[in-house]
Ligand binder design. Structure first.
Ligand code: MN
Length: 234
């Protein structure tokens, strides 16, 4: 049934590798890790009760199998306060350690529009207790994401509107030019802490205006130079 020797067999058949479609190509982008930048827009840091002049952005992670495409976002268990965060997503096709900022964009395959969905109540409890954030950030379906748009098609956007509406009403409104850490800086910084790999995604942070969602609401996010993403909360 299999050509593997006993020592090469898996205990059970591994699942498929998480991946995203690529806009305009019949190829999929295989995802390795998902890094997320926290407090990368000053106005959002302030709305969360932090002083962007005193605290630098930082990273946390989601799981690659938390990704879902546009369509429906199932409201998660154990939370009464699930928030949207619209973000530009950076997709790497080359990895490395200690990448310099001026080489960093060579590692970028393309960009996508993502939502860093957050169980804000559980994240808040974790923050207060000095505990990790996974229960607030890395739950099932917590990372809705569009297809990846190759940089070959759109370049490397450094400015452009980042916005989100809920049932047509504007809730988040910012611009990529307001990122505290620009894309080359986030790649350089991350690559000093981790060995980056092809397939890594970076959620680049969210502008001000985050807030709660309810079942039945429709979220529509736009990163103007990249594209859009629509999900209904179910
Ligand atoms: Mn975020």
């Amino acid at each position: 049934m299999t050509s593997h020797s006993d020592s090469q067999s898996y205990v059970f058949e591994p699942g498929p590798r998480p991946s995203l479609p690529v806009r305009g190509l019949s190829l999929r982008f295989p995802v390795h890790r998902i890094y997320c930048v926290g407090r990368n827009y000053a106005a959002h840091a302030i709305e969360m009760g932090h002083d962007p002049d005193r605290e630098e952005p930082f990273f946390f992670q989601k799981n690659p199998d938390n990704l879902i495409l546009d369509g429906s976002f199932p409201y998660p268990d154990k939370s009464e306060d699930v928030h949207f965060e619209i973000e530009m997503v950076v997709a790497l096709h080359e990895g490395g350690k200690d990448i310099s900022p001026d080489q960093a964009l060579d590692h970028v395959y393309g960009y996508a529009v993502g939502l860093d969905m957050t169980r804000r109540d559980l994240q808040g409890q974790a923050k207060k207790a000095g505990r990790p954030w996974e229960i607030g950030k890395a739950f099932e379906c917590s990372a809705p994401c569009s297809a990846i748009v190759p940089a070959a098609a759109i370049g490397h956007p450094a400015k452009g509107r980042v916005s989100l509406t809920v049932n047509g009403e504007l809730r988040q409104d910012g611009d990529l030019s307001q990122l505290i850490w620009k894309v080359p800086e986030m790649i350089a910084y991350l690559s000093g802490l981790f060995t980056l790999q092809p397939g890594d995604l970076i959620f680049s942070g969210t502008p001000a205006g985050v807030g709660p969602v309810q079942r039945g609401e429709r979220l529509h996010g736009v990163v103007a130079p990249v594209g859009e993403l629509s999900v209904e909360v179910t």
